[in-house]
Design a protein around this ligand. Structure first.
Ligand SMILES: *Cc1c(COP(=O)(O)O)cnc(C)c1O
Length: 388
């Protein structure tokens, strides 16, 4: 199996067929599983025998989803979670203790930032936030009690790139658990474990589902930190539902073709935007004007489905532009087959004051597009008429 390439693994990694000889994976919508005998039940509970007991512990659909995602990320093992945030929180809670310190980039998903700065300090876990592209700051941020490095790349919403190999070396040198949220890139575009990540986190809600239907998440990586996470979830309950796992495992079958089209559409949109007189700046990791172009090329197969741009005329012009869009959805979500326009300053990042926003590169005219799978001419035409 493991000799297959990415697309084949995504399609052909499947649970064993049942006696019904189904071609496509069936859904095991069951909370519990029965034992053949009293002895078998006892052996399963003691861990002397492998098998399904209860869907909070394991289920054929969540197992298939995780097995496949491990192969795609080239990680040893994994555990499925109810959402991306459950994956983030579990990784911290299961691997850190009172007195530990987290080193993280400032540009991270808003709720991840909330966990690090508001929830974990109540448990005596301290933090330092650094600019993702400032390597000296990362080095200077390491303390004796630093136990975890946390990073996303490309970042949300300003699409900066973290140097994955540099952080891999830094964490190895100081024996720090190295965690990468790979939600924006997906394993098709970037595999953080190859750059030394100990844990790779996903919000499967985004490009992995790809059609905006279900929430889900995953924690993948080396066996010790992931088994801490499995034990935590098994007891505290943030497991993935079998139905969502069934959806997400099927979604992985088409991840490669979808990501190719997301990326191709995004690059065409970037070329259009970069020549428009009302746009002052375009941000896209695989576009020649991108400040970390070489690094992004090294780490990512293609540039991804997200595009950032700066509208001339600030807040008022941005609102007018968003209200003039006819096809694009106005929502804060991303990674859907439907194209989405988001105004981070007034939605996803509105909790930050304007100084903090500017520090992250979120100006009042900044728009984030999640470029969908509609025909590219229709996507550009909608933006063009709104800009007019
Ligand atoms: C959406 C998102 C999350 C949270 O995932 P949910 O599935 O919504 O809980 C975490 N990290 C990143 C980068 C995201 O975009």
């Amino acid at each position: 199996m493991t000799n297959f390439n990415f697309e084949t693994l995504a399609i052909r990694t499947q649970m064993e067929r049942t006696a019904q000889k189904e071609h496509s994976t069936p859904l095991f919508l069951t909370s519990g599983f029965v034992f053949d005998s009293a002895e078998e039940g006892a052996a399963l509970f003691l861990g002397q025998k492998e098998g399904n007991l209860y869907s909070r512990f394991s289920n054929p659909n969540t197992d298939e989803f995780i097995k496949k995602l491990c192969l795609l990320e080239e990680c040893d093992t994994g555990v499925a979670t109810a959402s991306g945030m459950a994956a983030v929180y579990t990784t911290f809670a299961a691997n850190l203790q009172n007195g530990d310190h987290i080193l993280a980039s400032r540009d991270i998903f808003g709720n991840a930032s909330y966990i690090i700065t508001q929830i974990l300090p109540k448990m005596g876990i301290d933090y330092t936030l650094v600019d993702v592209d400032n390597l000296e700051e990362w080095e200077a941020g390491v303390r004796k009690n630093t136990k975890l490095i946390y990073v996303e790349t490309p970042t949300n919403p300003t699409l900066k790139t973290a140097d994955l190999a540099f952080l891999g070396r830094l964490s190895k040198e100081h024996k720090i658990l190295y965690v990468v949220d790979n939600c924006f890139a997906t394993p098709y575009l970037q595999q953080p474990a190859k750059f030394g990540a100990d844990i790779v986190i996903h919000s499967a809600t985004k490009f992995i589902d790809g059609q905006g239907r279900v929430l889900g998440g995953a924690i993948l990586g080396k066996s010790e930190p992931v088994s801490n996470c499995y034990g935590f979830i098994r007891r505290t309950g943030a497991c993935l539902s079998p139905f969502n796992a069934w959806i997400l495992s099927k979604s992985l079958e088409t991840l490669a073709v979808r990501m190719d089209r997301h990326c191709d559409n995004a690059l065409d949109l970037v070329k259009y935007l970069s020549e428009h007189p009302n746009i002052s700046k375009v941000t896209y990791p695989h576009f020649s004007t991108y400040p970390q172009f070489d690094l992004a090329k090294k780490q990512m197969r293609k540039g991804g489905g997200l595009v950032g741009c700066e509208l001339k005329g600030g807040l008022e012009r941005s609102k007018k532009f968003l209200n003039a869009l006819k096809m694009h959805s106005l929502t804060s979500n991303l990674g859907d087959c439907r194209s989405i326009a988001t105004h981070p300053a007034t939605t996803t990042h509105s909790k930050l004051n304007s100084e903090e926003q500017l520090r992250m590169g979120i100006s009042p005219g900044f728009i984030r597009f999640s470029v969908g799978l509609e025909n590219i001419q229709d996507i550009i035409e909608d933006i063009d008429q709104a800009l007019r």
